[in-house]
Write a protein that binds this ligand. Sequence first.
Ligand code: GLY
Ligand code: MN
Ligand code: MN
Length: 436
Amino acid sequence: MGKKEFARRRKRLMDIMNAGSVAILPTAPEHIRNRDVHYPYRPDSNFYYLTGFPEPEAVMVLVPDRPQGEYILFCRERDPEQETWHGRRAGLEGAVEEYGADDAFPITDLDDIVPGLLENKERVFYTMGLNEEFDHRVSGWVNQVRARDRAGVTAPAEFVSLDHQIHEMRLYKSRGEIAAMRKAARIAAGAHLRAMKAVRPGMYEYQLEAEYLHEFMIHGARSPAYPSIVGGGANACILHYTENADRLKEGDLVLVDAGAEYDFYASDITRTFPVGGRYGKAQREVYELVLAAQKAAIARVKPGNHWNDPHDAAVRVITKGLVELGILKGQVRKLIQEQAYKRFYMHRTGHWLGMDVHDVGDYKIGGQWRLLEPGMVLTVEPGLYFPAGTRGLARRWWDIGVRIEDDVLVTKEGHEVLTEGVPKEAEEIEALMNGG
Ligand code: GLY
Ligand code: MN
Ligand code: MN
């Protein structure tokens, strides 16, 4: 993403805020993994969306119409010794030169400078409740300004959630964002292809996971977008299985939910394929049903349809299919009403996708499902899960778990499947796995 795009986003936010407002947004803290070792640092998505600034210990302050500059970045100062040990810093000069800040101050001066920026302002755009310690500091700054009322200074009287404004912006992807998401999708699709070719009975789930991580990194995606799920056999029925520690067995399916993060944008793909290269009969029946549900759901992704249309379509196909397979008994309409499918399909058909894998943006507006609009990106991921021992379920279905997940961009004409580079037809997958 270029500098100009970050500037455009800040400008849009400031247009919404108007004069009389100040926005305060800290980035994510660093997290310790264990003694002296940190988790790889990932900036807060909202903060990065507006600044492009990748370092920890930074706070963005926007003051529309401030004559000395509207965009102020508080960050770490240059420090040769620290940088020798821990890596380069942009410093105050870099914050201005490389990251487009109008003004930059040391992060250690936050408490001295912010109260002055709040004087005679009406409202503060800041999201309470995410970081208790920082909430405390923000209210402290407002109180400091309040204490100066006899000097004729007025303090902001209103707090507005900053998250909500940014989330509405993030929901609609720009051309640059779509390009990054296409790339994240392409890399993950390539990884699924690689894994389908590499999988062998006797391999450990983590060894298959390694194929994904290798392919992600080789293509510049330095991290998966979330911990990869590689579940063979019964493990496919545990929705968030991430131990990835068991051996893959001939005759089992393996469900892999793995996506890459590229330039801060996520992809999120699930494929379910046979460890030995051929779907068994019962496996194939379940697979075809999930695939039909997924296609029906994707067909409902177009402008003017609402958020829940794809889910409704998937539920219809799945319920009807479960009756045809003899797994559910009764009238399809009634079974849908009773949500009978939920025993085997217990999650929803998708979520927004973007900088966060479960991305931001409201799903309902004024109590109604939101309409789909061009530029939105969502996942479509129906599944069916039949753990062994499920009451009333014939043995032939036991331990089959199938999910098929693609990433879909809403376009003016309808939709574009960003992840179509990886096959999902059973015959295509079998052909690929058997050297076709
Ligand atoms: N990978 C997380 C999800 O599919 O929602
Ligand atoms: Mn997903
Ligand atoms: Mn997923």
